[in-house]
Ligand binder design. Structure first.
Ligand code: PLP
Length: 284
């Protein structure tokens, strides 16, 4: 595998990052994950806009223009011969020197890492036919979830706990209200209306979320951006999640309670189809 490190394309075993890197020592880094279908990048401008915002919120300089990022992503897709798969991108604040909570000087070069992996079943994902089971767990993450940082320990712990309980993922809950999944945005469908939490610092502003809500509105579906309780979710007609790697994934069970007949719902299936069709047509 060829990885990208600070402008160079290297075999993975030759790419080395300093032990003093702030990403390693303090999780002082942001990331993006972009899916690739038929060798093309899905929702790419959205991912770069969010990257710029995450970096801006943390005062890390954006080392590249959107055009440069696009060229780097394309180079990675080409060199690794990705047909269906993912591109991971991480930018950290760089070498922090002696361990210190104070940031290093502003001219410290950020560390840029990209790598890719193949995911042949990205579209024909068998899980989309059966749907996911989710378990609810408390949301104890920090309160700037709108910044896509690499502080992923709690989401990772929650995913493990969900798996231990026989679920595919956890829906995180704060003050009785669902925030989002460990690595995806959460939705319920009731009486035909698509309900998902409004954007704020409480959730990541999903790029797939933005696209799916736009397509839903264009298809004259009702969208309500508001919080919902676990009880409301369990009583919903259907549910689903969105993310760059799962696209639209139906949810068929919440905390052991089956939704509807326990099969992926009509609205969820339709949105998955629309999203795949439209986002592939717009891929670059
Ligand atoms: N919410 C969280 C916490 C995430 O980590 C992710 C993706 O990694 C999402 C939502 C979905 O965002 P996107 O659709 O941009 O992949």
């Amino acid at each position: 595998r060829i990885v990208h490190l600070n402008g160079e394309y290297l075999p993975e075993d030759q790419a080395k990052v300093s032990v003093f890197d702030r990403g390693f020592v303090m999780a002082d880094a942001v990331y993006e994950v972009t899916s690739v279908l038929d060798g093309k990048l899905i929702d790419f401008p959205g991912h770069m806009a969010r990257l710029a915002r995450s970096l801006g919120e943390l005062g890390i300089q954006n080392p590249h223009s959107d055009d440069e990022w696009l060229a780097i992503h394309r180079e990675m897709v080409a060199r690794n011969e990705i047909t269906h798969g993912m591109v991971y991108l991480q930018v950290s604040r760089g070498n922090g020197g002696d361990r210190d909570f104070v940031y290093p000087p502003a001219d410290t070069p950020p560390t840029v890492v990209l790598y890719t992996w193949q995911k042949p079943q990205l579209i024909d994902n068998p899980a989309a036919e059966t749907g996911w089971k989710v378990c609810t767990l408390p949301d104890i993450r920090w309160h700037r979830r709108d910044i896509k940082t690499v502080q992923l320990l709690y989401p990772s712990m929650a995913k493990m706990e969900a798996k231990a309980r026989g679920c595919d993922d956890a829906w995180l809950v704060e003050n009785g209200l669902v925030t989002e999944g460990t690595s995806n945005n959460a939705y319920i469908v009731k009486g035909g209306a698509i309900i998902t939490r409004a954007l704020s610092n409480d959730i990541l502003h999903g790029i797939t979320r933005a696209a799916v809500l736009r397509f839903a509105r264009e298809a004259q579906m009702t969208v309500e951006e508001r919080s919902f309780t676990v009880e409301e979710a369990i009583a919903a007609d259907e549910a689903f999640i969105t993310s760059a790697s799962a696209f639209v994934m139906p949810v068929v069970e919440i905390d052991g309670v089956r939704l509807g007949d326990g099969a992926p719902g009509k609205v969820s299936r339709r949105l998955r189809e629309i999203y795949l069709e439209e986002s592939r047509a717009a891929a670059i």
